[in-house]
Write a protein that binds this ligand. Structure first.
Ligand SMILES: Cc1ncc(COP(=O)(O)O)c(C=O)c1O
Length: 475
């Protein structure tokens, strides 16, 4: 870690202003032809000097996003406007047995890396992350003598749980430290939640398209999937769910209400309320995957758990997307099933790493987690914009995609003649990794879709990969 370059949190003011205007353009709040506010107004709005605004406008001009027009000031340049992907309509919703073909296991493993060019250079390590790593190492050394022969408390480090409880309290989730369990990541949390609430052969509602890690769990636990369509912007279709619940009994529903993968969709608070009401009425567990919740660019969506009135929402999450996948620390707020989840944690994992948990407690307590979240949200927003630019620049309207305002992934629809599993193999031969649509459903046909991630910058080798992919599609 010591040899890696470090980046600090500081960002020039003009870049912050440029990014804010760029985001308005990418999210189509400023349309082609619209006038950008005057320098005086922008200077007042952002509380910066006029020169800073001028610098920002020139940056946007150099990116071909705006142009100067005589007497009008700056206007947004014409660009291709992104069209959201087709909304799935399923007319024969029913439970299906899950069996993932071996062929797809390998694709899932690669796709999990979220990197279109795994051979490309990685970004410098942020100074706060280096601090976290140093603290983990320090804890390993100082804890070694006294703790190495003991497992941690199975429920997880109390100090860390207290910090997590505080984090959620600000979001309207009323959970104490003893109402949660620390896990070996979010996948482990989802596993515990499904184990605690379902028996083999039970029906589980999942979103379609939805996270393939959940599909893998259903497969291994002998559970049946009922796929309910997920809209690329509004998420789980609660109306369709309501009809489905009149036909089949279900034990649980797994849902990702904030910046879901692959769609990037977020549910409205009204839909979350409706979903909780349905769970109460039809008596099933709601398993909330909140792993992307902290990655909203402008707001932190309220967790589904904050609407919970009968303690039937089980919130699962981890530090994997906000900090690092390598920490392998997640958590589950278990609601009515907390005791059972504690027991299952013990038998499936015994305990989590004490030094890592302690360092994470320190990171949260000292405010570093909040500071790092501010940094990562703004970085991801820039990277999201880069990916949108690259898709417009190289694919010239051939694809449909929605522009998420948080999370890590974008769901891209290609022309119906394209099979993204075939494309996956062609791309792999060119050291490019895409995540084909077929992974995100048990039964539905998303064969002309793929997930792309903005977890890394779309510059250099990665930008070239986007360009190359287009050539491979039409080769
Ligand atoms: C939606 C979602 N849930 C859970 C996970 C698993 O997370 P973890 O690495 O914390 O086990 C992932 C990982 O990609 C994910 O995208």
């Amino acid at each position: 870690m010591g040899t890696e370059a470090e980046v600090s949190i500081h960002q020039s003011k003009y870049k912050v202003v440029a990014q804010a205007i760029e985001t308005l353009i990418i999210e189509q709040k400023l349309q082609p032809g619209d006038k950008v506010h005057s320098i005086r107004k922008l200077s007042a709005d952002y509380g910066v000097a006029k020169n800073t605004v001028i610098h920002a406008l020139h940056l946007l001009e150099s990116k071909s996003l705006i142009e100067a027009r005589p007497k009008s000031g700056f206007v947004v340049k014409p660009s291709q406007v992104s069209t959201p992907p087709t909304v799935p309509i399923f007319d024969d919703i029913k439970p299906s047995k899950v069996a993932i073909p071996d062929l797809l296991q390998n694709v899932m493993l690669r796709g999990a890396a979220f990197d279109i060019t795994p051979t490309a250079q990685t970004e410098p390590v942020h100074s706060l992350m280096s601090k976290l790593h140093r603290n983990i190492n320090k804890n390993m050394r100082t804890q070694a003598a006294k703790k190495v022969m003991y497992y941690d408390e199975p429920q997880g480090n109390r100090l860390l749980r207290e910090q997590l409880a505080l984090h959620y309290r600000y979001l309207g989730v009323d959970a104490e430290a003893n109402q949660m369990t620390v896990t070996g990541g979010c996948q482990h949390a989802l596993f515990l939640a499904l184990m605690a609430t379902c028996n083999p052969g039970d029906n589980v509602i999942i979103e379609s398209p939805g996270f393939y890690g959940v599909i893998q769990l259903l497969d291994q636990l002998g559970l049946h999937a009922i796929e309910v369509p997920s809209h690329s912007q509004a998420g789980l279709n609660v109306e369709v769910l309501q009809k489905t619940l009149t036909q089949f009994s279900v034990s649980a529903c797994v849902v990702s209400p904030a910046y879901a993968t692959p769609s990037g969709a977020s549910m409205s608070d009204e839909d979350k309320e409706l979903l909780v009401a349905l769970a109460n009425r039809y008596n099933f567990a709601l398993i909330e995957d909140d792993i992307y919740g902290d990655l909203g660019f402008r707001q932190r969506p309220k967790p589904l758990k904050s609407f919970d009135s009968e303690d039937r929402v089980i919130l699962c999450s981890s530090f994997s997307k906000s900090l690092s996948r390598d920490l392998r620390i997640g958590w589950v707020i278990g609601g009515q099933w907390q005791e059972r989840i504690n027991r299952l944690k013990l038998v499936s994992h015994l305990a989590c790493n004490q030094s890592v948990q302690l360092a994470l407690f320190q990171f949260m307590q000292e405010g570093d987690f909040k500071r790092y979240l501010r940094h990562i949200r703004s970085t991801l927003e820039t990277q999201r914009n880069q990916l949108v630019h690259a898709l417009h620049k190289y694919w010239e309207g051939k694809v449909k995609f929605a522009v998420p305002d948080g999370g890590l992934s974008m769901w891209v629809e290609l022309p119906s003649s394209v099979d993204t599993l075939t494309l996956y193999n062609k791309a792999l031969a060119n050291n490019i990794v895409i995540t084909p649509g077929v992974l995100f459903s048990v039964e539905r046909d998303f064969s002309n879709f793929m997930r792309l991630s903005y977890c890394h910058p779309t510059t250099g080798q990665r930008e070239q990969a986007i360009k190359k992919l287009r050539a491979l599609i039409y080769s």
